[in-house]
Every structure is written in structure tokens, then in C-alpha cells.
Write a protein that binds this ligand. Structure first.
Ligand code: F6P
Length: 322
């Protein structure tokens, strides 16, 4: 039986708990024993390895956040700290370390793998900033929270014909901003790839006013406005209000974007990827990052489409229920 240690690292993402409950449910099928590491990488250093309670962990499947806690641990860059972490993993007889986190967490995993630790990564982050997966675990939940907030803000903007500037999380990844913009039919998005100066933004608003006489929604990705030589959001608002009749309202959704109840699709992707992680460990395949590949738009001839058969799902039944 292989002993695997699981940790959650970096910004918490809703649905990390679903990975934990899935690990507990299917570990024995793959001849694995699970221990949790509390507080992310810091917990390896502090020797916080805990034996999970099966029934309790099973009850976490629908809970947001991470019940084994997370941290950012830049100290992992220090060789002495890493040496202690490797010692602790050996002392606890860990065969494989599973890291649920984003790109920063993967860099930590790479450092430990260079010291001989076998690692598997699961993409747990709301940011969707991991190129090796179409969707990260937590992204869909966050996106839904953002879409719901925009819907509510839009109703207020419509009532007064105001403009909303809404800051969206994602660190340097624009996916939450772009996807939320598509879903809500936002009027303008500001990202490095679709950037407007205050003057250009006002021109764009004026253009939108030709067809939209009510609320205007502008989404902007965080960590862009107010950096380097780019004006702050307040400076944008000041310029627009001084040069037009528009009233502009600033909205920062903050952690409402991160703490929502997991969506069904997030939970399904989390379970699929977790089950796959266990399979890889059982097949001695290490130093892998798990992902899903499903972002594809297709078209078929009418006749072909009508004659196509739905997939049987037997593979899913075998994985999860047999
Ligand atoms: O990585 C997830 C995330 O929520 C980013 O979108 C955001 O930039 C960051 O974490 C905020 O981090 P913290 O909670 O450490 O301030």
C-alpha cells in the first residue's frame, strides 16, 4: 500500500474539498493510504501530517474553501527549509506528495521533485492560469459567483443609467474577466490585450451609448490599473466624469469570488482529475500535472449529427461506482 500526502496550497479555491473527499473515497481502490498535510507546504515543514477521519472528510464534498487549510510559503525557495521538508516527508514514509494548487504551487512541487520527492499536481485555483488544463478546479464556481454579482450590479446600473467599473480577480490571468464578460454581455473589458486609456475608454462608452441608453458594464482584470504608468481606477472615473455626463461606480467583488459553494461542473472535474491522480500513482507514474482537455467548439453535418450516438458513460460508472 502506498502512502500519499495531500496538501492544498496558494489561494484557496472552492472545490478543493471535493478533491479531498474523492481521495478518501477511492484511495483504497487504488491501494493507497491518505494523509493530509495542514496549511499547505508550511505544514510539511512544521510536520503537520494528519490521518483523516473517513466519515468527516466524506462530508466535505460540497463545502467551499479547504478544510485542511492553505498558505503561501515562499520559504520553500530556501534550500535548508526544503531539506527539512524532504526529511519530514521521508520520516512520515510518504511515497507520493499530491499538491492541489496553482502555478506557484507547481513551482514548489518542481523544487521538491528535484530533491527526489515523487509529486502529482492537481490544478486548484480560481484563476485558470494553468496552461496544461482547460479548466482549473474552482474556476467555474468563481465564474458563476462573478456572473451573479454582475447581474445584480447591472440591475442597479440600469435603473439609473450609470456605468459600473468592476474589478475581477485572476492575478495576471484574464480568463475570469473574459468569460464573465462573454456570459453577461458586458459592454467593455479592460485587460492587457484589450487596453484603453481613460480617453479611449470614454470614446468607447460614447460609442456604446449609441445603442445602450441604460447601465454600462465595464470589467477590468485586477493588478492592471494603477500599475506602472497606467492610471488607477479612480483616475479613470475622475476623467470620465469630468469629461461627460456619465456617473461611474467602482465595484470590487473581492473574496465573494473565491468562497462560493462549488458548482456541479467544478465538482465533476475535481472528481475526474482526483480519480485520475490515484490511477497514475497506482501505475507508478509520477511528476505529472493532471488536467482536463475540453475547450473545443465543433460542427458536424446534419445527417452525421443525427446519426451520432451518445457516449455510454460506462467508463464513468466503472470508475466511480464499481
Ligand atoms: O490566486 C487566487 C487569487 O484569488 C487571485 O485571483 C488573487 O490575485 C489572489 O489570489 C489574492 O491573494 P490573497 O488572498 O493572498 O490576497
Amino acid at each position: 500500500m502506498k502512502k500519499i500526502a495531500i496538501l492544498t496550497s496558494g489561494g484557496d479555491a472552492s472545490t478543493m474539498n471535493k478533491c479531498l473527499s474523492t481521495f478518501i473515497t477511492y484511495a483504497s481502490k487504488y491501494n493507497c493510504e491518505v494523509v493530509f498535510v495542514k496549511n499547505g507546504y508550511k505544514g510539511i515543514y512544521d510536520n503537520e501530517f494528519v490521518k483523516p477521519d473517513y466519515t468527516e472528510t466524506k462530508s466535505w464534498w460540497s463545502l467551499p474553501g479547504t478544510k485542511i487549510y492553505s498558505s503561501r510559503f515562499p520559504e520553500i525557495l530556501d534550500e535548508q527549509v526544503r531539506k527539512q521538508m524532504v526529511d519530514n516527508l521521508h520520516k512520515n514514509s510518504i511515497d507520493t506528495l499530491v499538491v492541489i494548487g496553482g502555478d506557484g504551487s507547481y513551482k514548489g512541487a518542481r523544487l521538491l521533485s528535484k530533491s527526489g520527492i515523487k509529486v502529482i499536481g492537481l490544478p486548484g485555483t480560481i484563476d485558470n492560469d494553468i496552461a496544461s488544463t482547460s479548466y482549473s478546479i474552482g474556476f467555474d464556481t468563481s465564474l458563476n459567483a462573478i456572473v451573479n454579482s454582475i447581474k445584480e450590479i447591472k440591475s442597479c446600473m440600469d435603473s439609473h443609467a450609470n456605468v459600473a467599473m468592476i474589478e475581477i480577480m485572476g492575478r495576471h490571468c484574464i480568463d475570469l474577466t473574459v468569460f464573465a464578460g462573454i456570459a453577461t454581455e458586458a459592454d467593455i473589458i479592460i485587460t492587457p490585450e484589450s487596453f484603453y486609456t481613460p480617453q479611449q475608454l470614454l470614446a468607447k462608452i460614447n460609442e456604446k451609448r449609441k445603442t445602450n441608453s441604460r447601465g454600462i458594464i465595464i470589467l477590468y482584470v485586477e493588478l492592471l490599473l494603477g500599475t506602472e504608468n497606467i492610471p488607477t481606477v479612480e483616475e479613470y472615473i475622475k476623467y470620465i466624469q469630468a469629461n461627460s455626463k456619465e456617473l461611474v461606480k467602482k465595484n470590487i467583488l473581492g473574496y465573494l469570488q473565491r468562497g462560493g459553494n462549488p458548482t456541479a461542473m467544478d465538482m465533476i472535474r475535481a472528481s475526474l482529475m482526483t480519480e485520475h491522480a490515484l490511477k497514475m500513482i497506482s501505475e507508478n507514474q509520477y511528476n505529472k500535472i493532471i488536467g482536463v482537455d475540453e475547450f473545443k467548439v465543433v460542427s458536424y453535418d446534419l445527417e452525421t449529427a443525427i446519426n451520432m450516438k451518445n457516449p455510454s458513460r460506462k467508463d464513468l460508472i466503472d470508475k466511480f461506482f464499481n
